[in-house]
Unconditional design. Structure first.
Length: 196
C-alpha cells in the first residue's frame, strides 16, 4: 500500500510541476521568444497595413485564464495615413488560442485609443479595402476562426475624415457587447476568416 501511495505522490508532484511550469515558464518563454518584427511584417504582407508594436506579454493565471497584453500598437495605411493607435490592449482568451488558429476572445480591454475613419472622394470607407487584401496563409492557416467577446474601451477618440469634412468624437469609456462586436467584424467579410 505504501508503494502505491509513493507512486501516487510522485505522479501528483509531476502533475503539479507541469502545471506550475505551464502557467509560469511557458508564458515567459512565449513573451521572450515572440518576434515582433516578423509579426509586423506578416501584418503588412497580409493586409498592406503598416503596423508597429512596442511590446507583447503573455500571462496564464492559475485558473488557466490566458491574457495577452500589447503596448503601443500603431497601424497606418500603406500611404502612411493613420488608421488606429492604442497605448494598451489586453485580450483575455484560452490556452488553446496559443496553439491553434481558433481565437476564442473572452473579452478585450483597450486604453487610449484613436481610430481614424476615412471616407474617400467616391464615398467609400478606406477600411473597406482591408478584407480584399487579407491573406490568412501568411499566418500559417487557410482559415482563421474568431469567437469575439465584449470589448471595453477607455479614453476612446474616433476621428471622422471626409473629402471636405472633419469631426472628432471622444468617449471617456465605451462598452460593446459580444453581439455588437460580432456584427462589426462580420460586416467586413474577410476571406478565410470565420466569425462565430
Amino acid at each position: 500500500m505504501s508503494k502505491y501511495k509513493n507512486t501516487l505522490l510522485i505522479f501528483l508532484a509531476l502533475v503539479l510541476f507541469a502545471y506550475a511550469g505551464f502557467i509560469s515558464v511557458f508564458p515567459a518563454f512565449l513573451t521572450k521568444t515572440f518576434n515582433i518584427d516578423e509579426f509586423e511584417q506578416k501584418i503588412y504582407d497580409a493586409t498592406s497595413i503598416v503596423t508597429t508594436i512596442d511590446d507583447i506579454e503573455y500571462k496564464i493565471l492559475p485558473n488557466f485564464k490566458t491574457i495577452i497584453i500589447l503596448r503601443n500598437w500603431s497601424s497606418k495605411y500603406i500611404d502612411e495615413q493613420p488608421l488606429f493607435d492604442a497605448r494598451y490592449i489586453e485580450i483575455e482568451t484560452t490556452p488553446m488560442s496559443l496553439f491553434t488558429k481558433n481565437f476564442n476572445i473572452k473579452s478585450m480591454y483597450l486604453k487610449n485609443i484613436v481610430y481614424k475613419d476615412q471616407i474617400l472622394p467616391d464615398g467609400t470607407n478606406k477600411i473597406a479595402f482591408l478584407p480584399e487584401a487579407f491573406n490568412s496563409e501568411l499566418f500559417g492557416a487557410k482559415k482563421i476562426t474568431i469567437v469575439p467577446g465584449p470589448v471595453r474601451v477607455k479614453n476612446f477618440k474616433i476621428v471622422y475624415i471626409g473629402p471636405k469634412s472633419y469631426k472628432e468624437q471622444s468617449y471617456r469609456e465605451k462598452t460593446y457587447d459580444k453581439s455588437e462586436v460580432k456584427d462589426f467584424l462580420s460586416s467586413f467579410t474577410f476571406s478565410h476568416v470565420e466569425i462565430k
